[in-house]
Design a protein around this ligand. Structure first.
Ligand SMILES: C[S@@+](CC[C@H](N)C(=O)[O-])C[C@H]1O[C@@H](n2cnc3c(N)ncnc32)[C@H](O)[C@@H]1O
Length: 544
């Protein structure tokens, strides 16, 4: 039996979405934070529970056959990218396999899988970078860049980073040199002392407009107008349209503003996508890969299809990009977004794009969606990584829209929500991946769902007391599955839920003895988490 802190050597057999790699030591599945299939690693066990362990890689003993030299000089030191050693085509295959497997684990079936689209460019693709000030080792010179791999408090200067374009590199170097010369201190996140916090650069790829936002505390007061002049004098491919100075005295190590001064120009850039213009302010969400965004939004527009005379909801709409891209084909678009600044930009964008059939609501989807009186024909949903709030999902389902297009940056929460949607009368028609983030473990997934034909739906209400769970199925098997889930996940599951999962997986086809005796009762549906554990148990018993 493995023990905590034990050093093990094993081969990474495969990887999961998010970049986790796993392999086996005896019959224990050992997972590491980042792993490429084929690598031989030496790792220290951090946690172990039953037959599952987590470990930290100490050394890569042998590279994977998928790997080659990384073209970036910061690779391995910088925590930003983790699979630059893998050829881009192979990265795409890995991502596709990881997401496809999640769909299978959650028993999403009978849909068309359209594969993965790559980013138009694998390098120079980022239109926004958020750098931190710090040092690479205690007491070392000032650095400006990304967190060092595996060391949150150390910052690596990434002046040759290849996923951002040349202008970012020039600006970073000039700004770092300026503050080194001034001898200014960085903000120490443990002691809460110091001045320089972050540098955020946005460059609209298609218009070349650049916005720079320097984030500091108020612990020094220096005039940085000469820095602005220095930057304006640089020869860049694009053009600086604004320089902002944001003050942030909050303890949390994230970019936020107590106050923002405009030291030069304006506080936004304009990007052009698919023939429309979008104003992007300093703190609004915007896809970080503009060329990739054109491809992503084209997929969404395709999935939406013909929308003449139809009402479209664009939920979690950011600056209203998706809604406006489908608006010319629709009767009306209603967007909801929590960041007010983004909503204002969405309204302005719609105006300047001459779209008078779009309206935008500022607020939480969970609160706002239930206030909407109108019935949508099509709902587009593009939530943050956490997915859709369960209450919001219920309200979205209750609109009974004909079509739902779900855009997700986190397939783990996506499949959770898809299970709920499928249990509530929708079917997954097709799914496509779009890689917006080469060399990182992330990927976007677009899914088209349509309302099931009423003939395909069986609506029964059920009272738990009425359940006859003395099924004709093998009781031992049901009991074993229950025991497995209880032991491994401390959760009780019912025979009804096990039966539902087995049916979804196509391993229980006959009469359902777990149905209620009464025909007028609603059947409780297996919650996604329990569904996952039951599927795991079925896998464990080799029933799938
Ligand atoms: C993945 S982004 C999508 C933005 C937009 N669809 C786009 O492509 O640019 C998610 C957006 O949801 C917003 N958001 C996060 N939580 C929200 C909530 N509870 N209600 C409404 N909007 C929310 C974020 O501010 C962000 O703009």
């Amino acid at each position: 039996m493995l023990k905590r802190k034990e050093i093990v050597e094993f081969k990474i057999e495969d990887s999961e979405f998010g970049g986790k790699g796993y392999g086996y030591v005896g019959d224990v599945k050992v997972t590491v934070k980042h792993g490429i299939p084929g690598q031989l690693v030496r790792a220290a066990i951090k946690k172990i529970k039953k037959k599952q362990a987590e470990a930290q890689v100490l050394e890569i003993l042998e590279n994977s056959p998928l790997e080659d030299q990384s073209p970036c000089q910061h690779f391995g030191n910088c925590g930003g990218c983790f699979q630059q050693t893998v050829a881009y085509e192979e990265q795409l295959l890995l991502k596709e396999k990881q997401v496809k497997r999640l769909f299978e684990e959650f028993a999403i079936k009978n849909y068309t899988w359209l594969g993965i689209e790559g980013s138009p460019t694998a390098f120079d693709y980022r239109n926004k970078m958020e750098f931190s000030f710090g040092d690479e080792e205690k007491g070392g010179p000032l650095t400006l860049g990304m967190h060092k791999r595996g060391r949150h408090y150390d910052i690596v200067t990434v002046d040759a980073c290849l996923i951002m374009d040349e202008d970012f590199r020039k600006l970073l170097t000039t700004i770092l040199d300026y503050f080194k010369e001034k001898g200014l201190s960085y903000y120490n996140t443990r002691r809460h002392e110091g001045y320089l916090r972050h540098l955020v650069i946005r460059k609209a790829h298609f218009t070349g407009e650049i916005l720079i936002n320097l984030v500091t505390t108020t612990q020094s007061q220096i005039n940085i107008q000469d820095l602005v002049e220095k930057l304006l004098a640089l020869e860049l491919r694009g053009g600086i349209v604004g320089f902002l100075h944001t003050f942030n005295d909050n303890l949390a190590d994230i970019v936020q503003s107590d106050k923002t001064d405009i030291l030069y120009g304006r506080d936004y850039v304009v990007e052009e996508l698919l023939g429309l213009k979008f104003k992007i302010s300093a703190f609004s969400f915007f896809q970080t890969n503009s060329q990739g965004a054109e491809k992503l939004y084209s997929i969404v527009r395709d999935f939406v299809g013909e929308a003449k005379g139809q009402v479209v909801f664009d939920l979690y709409c950011g600056t209203g990009t998706i809604g406006q891209i489908v608006a010319p084909n629709a009767e009306k678009v209603v967007g909801i977004e929590i960041i007010e600044e983004a909503v204002e930009a969405a309204r302005e964008n719609a105006n300047s794009n001459n779209l008078n059939n779009c309206s935008f609501i500022a607020g939480d989807v969970k609160e706002e969606v239930k206030k909407l009186k109108e019935k949508p024909d099509i709902i587009i949903i593009d939530p943050p990584r956490a997915g859709i709030h369960p209450q919001a999902l219920k309200d979205i389902i209750s609109f009974d829209a004909e079509k739902i297009v779900y855009v997700s940056c986190n397939p783990k929460t996506l499949v959770r929500d898809l299970v709920e949607l499928e249990a509530s009368g929708y079917q997954v028609d097709k799914a496509q991946l779009m890689d917006m983030f080469p060399h990182t473990p992330h990927v976007e997934t677009v899914v088209l769902l349509s309302r099931k034909n009423p003939d395909d739906r069986i609506e029964i209400d059920i009272d738990l007391d009425e359940l006859d769970i003395t099924s004709a199925e093998s009781k031992a098997t049901y009991e074993e599955i229950k025991d497995y889930v209880l032991k491994n996940h401390s959760m009780k599951v019912s025979s009804l839920y096990i039966s539902q999962v087995k049916r979804k997986l196509g391993i229980e086809m006959g009469i359902n003895y777990n149905l209620p005796k009464s025909k007028d009762v609603r059947v409780p549906q297996c919650p996604p988490e329990k569904g996952r554990f039951i599927t795991e148990a079925l896998n464990h018993f080799r029933m799938v």
